[in-house]
Design a protein around this ligand. Sequence first.
Ligand code: PAF
Length: 291
Amino acid sequence: MEQFEQIDEQRSWSLAQRQAGKRISFVPTMGALHAGHASLIERAKSEGDVVVVSIFVNPTQFDNPDDLEAYPKQMERDWEVCQSLGVDAVFVPTKEAMFPNGYCTFVEVVGPLQESLCAVSRPGHFRGVCTVVQKLFNIVQPDCAIFGQKDLQQVLIIQRMVSDLSSPVEIIVAPTIREDDGLALSSRNQRLDDESRANAVSVPRGLELANQAFKAGERNSNKLMTAFANEVLMYENVDLDYADVVDLDGFVECEEANDHCILAVAVFFNGVRLIDHIHLGGPSLPVAIED
Ligand code: PAF
C-alpha cells in the first residue's frame, strides 16, 4: 500500500493509474476508521480497480475549536485497517499542504440544502466540507467517491456541488452501518462515556418510535418530533440540537409529514454530538421497543 503526504505525489500516482486505464474509487475520511468506513472501502473496491482513502481532519469544517481538538486520532490503527482491507493508496496530507498560509478560496452550495439541520446548527460546516472534498477530488482525480448515507445532508450537498461544478466524479451513497442495538456507527461514538453510550441507543429507538407512529397514520410533524424528543430527553446530560421533519423533495421542513420525508436529528450526549435520521414509512431500525 502506498502512502502519500504530498499533493504532487498523490496526483502523479493517480495520473499513472488513469493512464494505465484503471478506474479510481475514492473514500474521503477524517480517520478514526470503524466498520462503517470499512463498508465504504469494500464498496469502493467493488466500484473501481484501485482504491484511495484520504485521512485528513479538515479544520475548515469545524465551527467549534474544542470539537476539532477532541476529534479522535489513531493514525497507526487507521493505516493497519486500510492495509488489511487492501486499499491501494492512503493520502494523508498535512494541514499546511491543504490550507497553507494565505489560503482564501472556498466552495459553497447555497439554497434550501443550506437552510436546515446541520447547516443551521453548524454555520460554515458544509462550506468547509465542500471546499475540502472538491480539493481532494482535484488531487486524487477519482472516477467515483463513496459517502455514507448517515450524513445524508452532506452527501446531498456534495451531489449538488459535483453537478453544479460539472466535476467528473460519480457520487455513490452507501447504507448506514449500525451496532447490534441500532446505534449508527460514527467516529464520535468512541468519545461517549459508558453511561452516554448506553443512553445513545435512545436515538435509533426514538427514530423508530416516530416511524411507527407515522406508519400508524400520524402526519403531524410536531407530534413525530415530540415522540423522538421524549425518548432521548428522559436521560440526564442529554441536549437536543434539532429534530426536524424534512421533505427530501426540495429539502424543506414541513408541518405535515409524507412518505418523502425524513426525521433528521442531532443530539448531544454529555457534549458528544451524534446525528442520525430515518425515512418515515421506510424500513424499521434494529432496536428493541418496550411496550
Ligand atoms: O464525512 C466526513 O468524514 C467528512 O465530512 C469528509 C467528507 C471526509 C470531509 O472532510
